[in-house]
Design a protein around this ligand. Structure first.
Ligand SMILES: [Zn+2]
Length: 212
């Protein structure tokens, strides 16, 4: 029989022992935990003002790589949203803002703590992520839009920093370890990963049935 036993678990990481799970499925689950579970990330950026030395694209890239807390019960992926709109709606998109102000008298680093979100559930997982340095008189003012996506599309939507599958000394036994980016809890990634895997297998079965 298949079995799944939690070996250790904390806020960052979960390790589970998979017994008698075919390696193919265990590997598929590992990959889905890494980049197949949807999380929020910034993907559209409107630069209103940027007098820092970092180019607009550089700032947009940094904002895109900031992990954002994700509540999957409240939001849907744009491709599955009823709004069918290019610009999105409150069910599939969240606006975030950052304004450094222009009155600093020393050079300082603008941090992720200065990002405000129109939705409390979607915000940087850490306040301590540096975005850009600004000198006196320089300013950045940005409107950014975050949406759910998957790491298969771009690494900014990876749910995990690391997902490893390591064989134990016993036959047909592997340890799967998942380390979250902070967007979701590690156990949430695992549960969603299992659901996603079974959904894909189900879709595959239906496809096969149609062929017959
Ligand atoms: Zn929508």
């Amino acid at each position: 029989m298949y079995s799944l036993e939690v070996l250790s678990q904390d806020k960052q990481r979960i390790s589970v022992k998979l017994k008698n799970v075919p390696l193919l499925y265990a590997n598929a689950l590992r990959r889905i935990c890494l980049n197949g579970v949807p999380v929020f990330a910034i993907d559209t950026v409107d630069i209103i003002e940027n007098s820092s030395v970092l180019a607009d694209e550089g700032i947009a890239h940094r904002l895109g790589m900031i992990p954002l807390t994700t509540d999957l019960s409240r939001f849907v992926e744009p491709s599955k949203c009823e709004c069918h709109s290019e610009t999105g709606c409150s069910n599939c998109r969240v606006m975030l803002m950052i304004d450094s102000g222009g009155d600093n008298d020393t050079t300082r680093t603008v941090m992720s703590s200065e990002i405000t979100s129109e939705d409390d559930t979607v915000k940087p997982v850490s306040d301590k992520i540096p975005i850009v340095q600004i000198a006196p008189g320089q300013r950045i003012k940005i409107e950014a839009y975050a949406r759910l996506g998957r790491g298969t599309e771009h690494a900014r939507w990876n749910a995990s920093n690391i997902a490893t599958l390591i064989p134990t000394e016993k036959e047909d036994e592997h340890v799967l370890t998942v380390e979250t980016t902070g967007a979701l809890s590690p156990e949430h990634i695992l549960v969603d990963g299992v659901n996603e895997l079974s959904k894909r297998l189900e879709e595959f079965k239906m496809l096969l049935a149609e062929l017959k």
